[in-house]
Design a protein around this ligand. Sequence first.
Ligand code: ARG
Length: 463
Amino acid sequence: MSDKTSNQMWGGRFAAGPDAIMEAINASIGFDKRLAAQDIAGSRAHAAMLAATGIISDNDAKVIREGLLTVLSEIEAGEFTFSTALEDIHMNVEARLKEIVGEPAGRLHTARSRNDQVATDFKLWTRDQFDAFESGLLALITALVDQADRGADWVMPGFTHLQTAQPVTWGHHMMAYVEMFARDLSRVRDARKRMNESPLGAAALAGTGFAIDRHMTAEALGFDRPAANSLDAVSDRDFALEFLSVASICAMHLSRFAEELVIWSSAQFRFVVLSDRFSTGSSIMPQKKNPDAAELIRAKIGRIFGANVALMTVMKGLPLAYSKDMQEDKEQVFDAADNLMIALAAMEGMVKDMNANVPALEAAASAGFSTATDLADWLVRETGLPFREAHHVTGALVAMAESKGCDLPDLSLEDMQTVSPAITAGIHDVLGVHNSVASRLSHGGTAPVRVREQVARWKEILA
Ligand code: ARG
């Protein structure tokens, strides 16, 4: 047993201080010091409310609120000594406040508990992250829309199974990611709205007998309203889980795009040139330019999804209300948020800087018999063949081209007519990749005019 004296905040009934291992497993100050600004904002709002409701004197509130600003400036200046013995940010701040302002500091914790305090602090922090998430997504979407605008009619191969399927436009491919990140954006906004209820004043779990004004603190902290149920308010971590799950889906989107950039920037594809600013060299192979940023973005999903699973696992099976298990929430969200923000910013930078290799895209677009579907569609339209039969005829033409070692547009009319006499010279019009993409005019299709409409729609939304 350690010979330290018991905790100055809650040690009244304790004869001895904690074992060193107990202190190590229990203390959260090593990481929750990141909540200092939120903790102080929450305490300042609480003190003002305690005075407005006559629970403490105006003068005490004034002294407390000013003292808290001094604590904040000490922390911001890096002059604050964090103490593990004081466990967490809440008690570190309050203990320092006591040193600065003396006795009134002891009145701050009236009608409040660390349970509603930590829920409030962590919500405020997570809310800021939702806002940063939103800005990061908007910046990335803007960069993608700009790329789509530039290359609305550049042709490239569209893939299924990573096998050449049909030609698509660069702009269409970029706008596909815009749609994905726009869904992330909508999830962020939705979750942010839902989480914006104040836990402050729920106290330990049951509310308080003091005549507090929870609406006042909620408003002061930018919440839409106080949370309706005190038990739920102190034990709810849905906001953190929603952050992590929305972040996981977004990181999955980022990872898919990052994978494409890794493939596209390879010597075998050469679809894009990534800028030097987002690449690295090799210490042994002088020719190498590695897409490290894309690879790291691709990998970030691991820790973000891991955080989501970790916190879900912490929360499952916890009885109401607060349990110390919940202290394990913060590091997961901190790490996921840090890595998500850097991944979003790196992706935005890469997208802004990357240069499409338009000739390589076009050459690849015509390879692999990518206009075979156009040919089959032509047979249906012009010769009245049922699609299944047209599919068969086209397959025979593909086999012929393959045996001759050429592409579909290179087959002569005479050769084609040996497979189907109904074929006429008009067929060559649909075999080119530009005609192919231009013909895909259906709603949501890859035709440059459709892409330009989507670009225009998004520019309006972003403006
Ligand atoms: N450090 C704690 C946490 O992060 C604060 C709440 C402690 N509450 C308690 N009843 N011990 O969860």
